[in-house]
Design a protein around this ligand. Structure first.
Ligand code: BTN
Length: 269
């Protein structure tokens, strides 16, 4: 279920919690990403909305944003909780020109763009926890869900980003290990230009070589060369996180031998 109000958005004072798409677009320096935006006051999942919009032959860069995501999808089948009017919840379409085996790098690139966009707009020093948790002062403030489909021999990726921005309190089930940009900065942050800065950072790196995405990701990693617990299947392994390799795999030194993983959960020591 979703509600669209694009035609009345320019009326002043509808509700100070609504997203104003023109405020996103005036801050964009991109050529592709964010030029076409669909805004819903509420919806179930912006990832799902982008998939639905594919039926209308949308272009790369098409973006869906909502003020109130009611049924947000998280990684590993989890739910993503967000607060109406405070969180940033959006998804955009990528039609990548990458070989299939490198598609996973796009979510790492998005993590880099989120960290750099936040740094440039809000002067907050976020870090990345593999594969793409957004961390601030050791707490999770955001996450990324990339979904891909092969349709008529073409790869489509929907990149979904959830960021805790202006919430002043989080649900008790996530508050011990999560935070919000506002809580850490101790002042509110305008969501529209923040989103534009994230898209600007994404597009400028998207046009670079993927080896540069990897270097940028490693430079923002919170656990580079640190001892971590690594949960893989039913195993918990202790090791030193070395880097991500050119396929985005986690490279760990475990008892003197280098092992690579394409999935797993890092627990910071
Ligand atoms: C995670 O579990 O860390 C990733 C969460 C990603 C949530 C975002 S919010 C916008 C987009 N729509 C969804 O349903 N999920 C993603």
């Amino acid at each position: 279920m979703r509600l669209q109000i694009s035609s009345v958005q320019n009326l002043a004072n509808i509700n100070r919690f609504l997203i104003f798409t023109n405020l996103i677009q005036t801050n964009l320096t991109t050529k592709i990403f964010g030029h076409e935006i669909e805004y819903f006051t509420f919806t179930d999942s912006t990832n799902e909305d982008v998939w639905d919009a594919l039926a209308d032959d949308i272009d790369e860069g098409f973006l869906v944003i909502t003020d109130h995501q009611k049924n947000g999808r998280g990684r590993r089948g989890n739910r993503w909780l967000s607060e109406p009017g405070s969180s940033l919840t959006f998804s955009f379409l990528i039609k990548p020109k990458l070989p299939l085996e490198k598609i996973g790098l796009l979510s790492l690139l998005t993590g880099v763009a989120v960290v750099e966009g936040i740094s440039q707009f809000a002067q907050l020093d976020c870090k990345l926890k593999w594969p793409n948790d957004i961390i601030l002062n050791n707490k999770k403030v955001g996450g990324i869900l990339a979904e891909s489909k092969l349709i008529d021999n073409e790869i489509y990726v929907v990149m979904g980003v959830g960021l805790n921005v202006n919430e002043q309190e989080l649900p008790p089930e996530i508050s011990p290990f999560s935070s919000t940009l506002r809580c850490e900065k101790e002042s509110p942050i305008q969501r529209e230009p923040l989103l534009a800065f994230i898209l600007n950072a994404f597009e400028s790196m998207y046009n670079n070589k993927d080896s540069e995405w990897i270097n940028a990701w490693n430079s923002h990693c919170i656990h580079l060369n640190s001892d971590v617990k690594f949960h893989h299947g039913n195993d918990t392994i202790q090791g030193t996180f070395l880097e991500i390799d050119n396929m985005g795999q986690a490279s760990l030194n475990i008892n003197g031998s280098v092992q690579k993983f394409s999935s797993g959960i890092i627990e910071l020591s």
